[in-house]
Structure formats: C-alpha cells, structure tokens
Write a protein that binds this ligand. Structure first.
Ligand SMILES: Cc1cc2nc3c(=O)[nH]c(=O)nc-3n(C[C@H](O)[C@H](O)[C@H](O)COP(=O)(O)OP(=O)(O)OC[C@H]3O[C@@H](n4cnc5c(N)ncnc54)[C@H](O)[C@@H]3O)c2cc1C
Ligand code: FES
Length: 431
C-alpha cells in the first residue's frame, strides 16, 4: 500500500487525495517558513535601526553634556597654563601642549575655536594679544595650539611677527602663559550630519585638524574631504599626522596641493596636485557640491575660493571661514547688496576720536575704524584685527557703527570692535 502511494497512478483516487493533502501541508509549511524568515529579517532590521538610533541619541546626549560642561567650566578673563610640551612640526612651526596651571578641569570647546593669549614680550610696552586656533579636538588633560612664525612681507625689511616669533624662539617647556577661554564662531557643529570639505592653506590647517579629530573621536562616519595647500614639503605641516588621521576614518580622503614642489618632492608620495587648492579640483573630485565647506588660509586664497564656490551654486550658508589676522574675506557682494552699498552715503562721514581731539572723514578706502584711526596716528590697541580678541574695543559716545562681518569677541553694548566696523553716520568714539 505504501509503495503504491509513492508510485504515481492517476487512476488511483486514494493516491490523488494523499498527494493533495501532502501538497497542502507543504504549502502551509512553506508559507509559515517564508513568513518566519521575512519576520526574522524584518525584526533584525528593526533591531539594527533601533541600535543605530540609540547610538545617535547617546552621541547627541554626550554632545549636549559637553556643551553644558563647556558653559560651566569655561573661565572669565585670564587663566594660567603651563607649556607641558613644545614640538617642532616643520620649518618655523611648533605645537605647544598646554596644561592648566591650577590643575582644575579643562573645559571642552567646539572644533575650530581658538585661544587668546596675552603675551609679555620683552621690549613691548603693552601685553601682545594674539589668537591661535586649537589644533586638536577637546582632550580632558590639555589643549594644543600650533604656531608658525609670521614672516615679514615679501621684499620688506620689517622684522617677522612679534607674537609668533616669541612663541617659536622664546617659549619653552615649563613656561607659564596667560590664556583666555576658547572662543569663536568658526566651528564644526557635530550635531549636523552634512559631509564636510576641509580646505586650508599653510597654517590654516590647524582648525581643520581639530575638526577631523573631533569627527573621528565621536565615531562620526560622514564623508570628510581634506584639501590642503602648501608651497612644498618644507611648509607641509602635520604631514604624517594627517595621513594617519585619514587612515583612521572609513570615509576620509586627502588631497595635498603644492604650488612650488622642491626637486626632492615626489608626486603621489608627498603631494597629489601641482597647483593651488581651487574649486576646479573640487568639481573634478567631489561627487556633488552638497557639502559644508570650512576654509582657513591667506585672505586672497579664501576670497577666490568663496567666490568660486558661490559661482558653482554652493549657498553661502554652507561656506564657513576663518581669517587669520588682518586679512578678511571680502566676498563678491550679490547684486542686490552691491546696490544698497552704492546707495549708502558712506563717503564724507565725520568720525571724532574724542580722547585725541581729532576729527577725520571716513572714506570707503579705509578697511575699518581702526584703519582710519591708524592713518591719523591715533593709537588703538589691536591683536587679531579680525573681530576675535576684543583688544580694539572702544566706547561709542554718539552715533552708530556697522559691522563688516561676524565676530568672535563680544562687543559690549555702547562699544564697538573698531577693527571690523565702519560708521553708519556721524560718530564719536572714545579713542
Ligand atoms: C582666530 C585666529 C586664529 C589663528 N590661529 C592661528 C594658528 O593656529 N596658528 C598660527 O600660526 N597663527 C594663527 N593665527 C594668526 C595669529 O593670531 C597672528 O596673527 C600671527 O601669528 C601673526 O602675529 P605676530 O604677532 O607674529 O605678527 P605681527 O607682529 O602682528 O606682524 C604681522 C606682520 O606685520 C609685519 N610687520 C612687522 N612690523 C611691521 C611694520 N612696521 N610695518 C608693516 N608690517 C610690519 C610682520 O613682519 C608680519 O608679517 C590666528 C589668528 C586668528 C585671528
Ligand atoms: S583687534 Fe582683535 S577684535 Fe579687533
């Protein structure tokens, strides 16, 4: 009988019924098994998504805690720091590792921010105030800044920069420095997930290293594109360090541009492009223009890149930049802004410097009120000349000023940062 059942015979009704029953059972089992597999796959995916969401929530909570800590432990005024290490990076460039002298906790900071130093330089009648970007992400024990000696302008007989030379030549391990808390509006917001392009020339790489390190430390896997410009290997700071950084991140790429490679510099080993960093390179290499762009470098370098990014259709709100020192980025104003600037009666405005008893006429040829003051030999303290350190703050006695860009230092009400503002109308300031 059993052998009959497995030997197909269409005229045997019991056998047909048997096959129908077996077939039905198999379909049921198949459906159940298929549904089970689908449910299993679905559950696995749900669990994975929940885990990812949890990781992001934990990360966001950590960032919130960090920013609360930052607000709580940042200090007012000056705090003493000991130079725990001074490390040679490349020609005329050193990194300084700074530990709080009071041994108390160190506040976190946002990657891209800077420290302000009040230096006592022999021969200078007043403290020399200078800003230096933090060149690492926040660490619990120390800060790091990296400083390049500022050379005299080409062809001039002026001495090299006071502050940077003081750091390179005189500051040594064990010295104590006066430092203001981390500050600045140029930073990478780790809570925004957009991939980033970090563009720098020369010592402008310092905030970019801080940003890349912060992303790596946070386990943030967004795309990172590094474009770094130097003249040649002599100026190529953080060469090995940056290669190691990129190797630690699954979606980081680096492109090094040398404008004047040395005979010993090897294409492919030391650098990737014999050119300056430029937007044509981004168009060639980036899959789209859909990134946040962070720029830091010499003024003309940043001006040309910001203008070309705009021409490529990148919205201004995706482009973030920091000017090191007096060079400020003068973006080509969009047509409607140009019109209103042309309409504004900027020429012929009277500016009175009340302490000096001098009245000068503002003209748009001046970069700022500080520039106008200096042209009349009126002394106003200045450090960064970029609205960051607060040293050029002067009280406004009457009238109003207009700021030429964002600034990191706080301008108290009734005062102005003369390095980055101009008069709106007749003005009297306390200088
Ligand atoms: C937010 C911010 C972050 C920064 N981060 C960094 C950083 O990470 N690393 C870094 O290295 N720098 C950084 N800088 C730049 C730094 O703050 C200083 O501007 C830089 O070190 C030059 O300062 P200095 O005192 O050496 O030069 P200064 O003494 O101010 O001299 C500047 C230039 O003027 C020339 N000069 C000297 N005398 C005269 C004269 N009589 N007439 C005309 N020119 C003269 C000098 O040769 C030099 O070229 C940053 C700046 C800012 C605003
Ligand atoms: S000089 Fe630093 S804010 Fe003006």
């Amino acid at each position: 009988m059993w052998t009959d059942l497995f030997t197909f015979n269409s005229s045997h009704p019991a056998q047909i019924v048997g096959w129908v029953i077996v077939g039905g059972i198999m379909v049921q089992v198949g459906c159940w098994a298929g549904g089970g597999v689908r449910r299993y796959v679905f559950d696995r995916r749900r669990i994975r998504l929940e885990q990812e969401r949890l990781t992001l929530d934990i990360h966001a909570a950590r960032l919130r805690i960090q920013s609360v800590e930052l607000a709580r432990s940042a200090w007012n005024g000056i705090r003493k720091f000991t130079v725990s290490q001074k490390v040679f990076e490349c020609d005329d460039t050193y990194s300084f590792y700074l530990k709080p002298h009071d041994g108390k906790p160190l506040p976190s900071f946002k990657p891209g921010q800077y420290l302000t130093f009040q230096l006592t330089v022999p021969g200078s009648a007043k403290p020399v105030i200078r800003c230096y970007s933090l060149s690492d992400c926040a660490r619990p024990t120390h800060y790091r800044v990296t400083i390049k000696r500022c050379p005299p302008p080409a062809g001039s007989s002026h001495p090299p920069g006071i502050g940077s030379s003081f750091f390179c030549d005189s500051i040594k391990e064990g010295d104590i420095l006066d430092v203001k808390a981390p500050n600045g509006h140029f930073f990478l917001d780790l809570e925004k997930p957009r991939p980033v392009v970090l563009i720098s020339g020369g010592v402008g790489v310092t905030p970019m290293v801080s940003m890349a390190n912060a992303l790596i430390e946070a386990g943030d896997n967004r795309e990172i594109w590094f474009f770094f410009g130097a003249r040649n290997s002599r100026d190529h700071m953080f060469k090995d360090y940056m290669a190691e950084l990129v190797a630690k991140h699954p979606h980081a790429r680096i492109h090094v541009c040398y404008s004047k490679p040395l005979p010993a510099d090897v294409h492919g080993r030391d650098y990737h492009h014999e050119s300056r960093v430029n937007v044509a390179l981004f168009k060639e290499l980036l899959p789209s223009n859909n990134y946040d762009y962070f720029l830091c470098g010499p003024g003309p370098f940043m001006e040309s890149i910001t203008d070309d990014l705009r021409a490529w259709g990148v919205p201004d709100s995706w482009v973030h930049y920091e000017a090191f020192g007096p060079a400020s980025v003068k973006k080509a104003a969009p047509p409607e802004v140009k019109k209103s600037l042309n309409d504004a009666p900027v020429a012929g405005i009277e500016v009175t410097f009340s302490k000096s008893g001098i009245t000068a006429i503002w003209d748009s040829a001046y970069d700022s009120l500080l520039d106008l003051a200096e042209s009349r030999d009126i002394k106003i303290d200045a450090g960064c000349r970029a609205g960051n350190c607060g040293s050029c703050l002067v009280a406004v006695k009457s009238g109003e000023v207009e700021y030429l860009g964002g600034h990191g230092a706080d301008a108290e009400k009734g005062s102005c940062l003369t390095c980055i503002c101009k008069p709106k109308g007749k003005l009297v300031i306390d200088a």
